[in-house]
Design a protein around this ligand. Structure first.
Ligand SMILES: Nc1nc2c(c(=O)[nH]1)N(C=O)[C@@H](CNc1ccc(C(=O)N[C@@H](CCC(=O)O)C(=O)O)cc1)CN2
Ligand SMILES: Nc1ncnc2c1ncn2[C@@H]1O[C@H](COP(=O)(O)OP(=O)(O)OP(=O)(O)O)[C@@H](O)[C@H]1O
Length: 297
């Protein structure tokens, strides 16, 4: 199967242009945008996976002329594509023993962190080993077997479609997950007892912490995902819900191996990209936003 990630269509860029109000990109923590019709967007990578057309015309589009915003989304997508390939190669060439060592160091840091220990409700990813993601298995087991587990709620991703829609469903153990078409373990909407799983977007209590995956990160909070926009869309919607409910916004913490941390500013971003509050690498907790700095004292 041929996968092409680097091209984008004129139609797509035009839709982005008409649907976005783009705010300044100068600081990754001051991004703001309006995306009223997100459902009209298909995941760009999914489109490319399902209908590969090597002759697709490139379009180079100016979003606005004030110099604040990217005037070339296609170029940013190309840069993202090439960085993804570079990081995938770096992850593949990591010594498995070193990787497992880093997995343990990262998970130890999380397990001891006050921001993790005090979290009653978390959204976390289920590691896909084939993608060489930082393992979350010890973190999730510890969370689910915490003696105060009655109060603890764990939600994990379930991809709904190729239009960047993902839900976060509550699980109480990791044994009844099933492999998705993307080969990632996910919860079924209904659990073994026939009960509908709680969707975090319907939860009546806030999420304290998101533990996020990704391919590359920098120390200003930029995050490069695996292309799909699932997390960017989900986080945007969740933040809006938290705001409507007057809840505290969740802490966004990404886990990364050392090779996934890039020089500051070297990760291309669009106004869709939601920055993280902190990173955990084998070297420790890296606070980025003011809410993360509060935990580092
Ligand atoms: N563990 C985990 N779960 C997750 C995500 C994730 O990044 N990690 N997602 C975050 O959005 C969503 C799923 N998105 C995904 C996007 C790409 C691939 C993937 O397999 N990418 C391959 C290349 C695929 C291809 O060539 O067709 C890769 O990155 O190597 C998997 C999941 C929801 N669940
Ligand atoms: N909030 C959103 N609403 C709709 N589409 C989005 C949103 N965010 C990103 N997308 C689309 O998803 C595609 C992939 O986006 P991007 O490269 O930022 O994903 P990513 O950060 O790598 O993935 P993820 O967020 O799943 O980890 C792009 O075509 C983008 O237009």
């Amino acid at each position: 199967m041929l996968h092409v990630y680097s091209c984008t269509t004129t139609a797509r860029s035009s839709r982005l242009l008409t649907s976005l109000q783009v705010a300044s990109m100068s600081s990754s923590h001051t991004l703001a945008l309006t995306l009223p019709f997100h459902t009209q967007f298909s995941s760009r990578c999914a489109i490319l996976r399902s209908s590969v057309n090597k002759n697709t015309q490139r379009s180079f589009v100016t979003m606005n002329g004030n110099g604040d915003t990217p005037d070339n989304l296609d170029l940013i997508f190309e840069q993202k594509h090439s960085l993804r390939s570079k990081i995938r190669r770096a992850l593949k060439s990591m010594d498995p023993i070193q990787r497992s060592h880093e997995d343990n160091m990262i998970q130890d840091i999380v397990l001891q962190a006050p921001w993790f220990r005090s979290s009653d409700s978390i959204c976390a990813y289920i590691t896909c080993d084939a993608l060489r993601e930082v393992s979350t298995s010890r973190i999730l087991s510890a969370f689910l077997t915490d003696p105060s587990n009655d109060y603890k709620r764990l939600y994990v991703p379930r991809v709904e479609d190729k239009n960047s829609n993902m839900r976060m469903l509550k699980i109480t153990n990791v044994n009844d997950l099933v492999a998705s078409s993307m080969n990632i373990l996910e919860p079924e909407p209904v659990d073994r007892s026939g009960n509908m799983r709680e969707d975090v977007m319907q939860a009546t209590e806030p999420v304290d912490l998101f533990i996020l995956p990704g391919l590359a990160f920098d120390r200003s909070g930029r995050r490069l995902g695996r292309c799909g926009g699932y997390y960017d869309l989900f986080l945007r919607n969740y933040r809006q819900r938290a705001e409507e409910k007057s809840w505290k916004q969740p802490l966004l913490v990404a886990l990364c191996y050392s090779v996934q941390i890039m020089d500051e500013g070297s990760i291309p971003v669009t106004p869709f990209d939601i920055p993280v509050d902190a990173l955990v690498s084998p070297a420790g907790f890296i606070p980025i936003s003011p809410s993360a700095f509060k935990w580092s004292c």
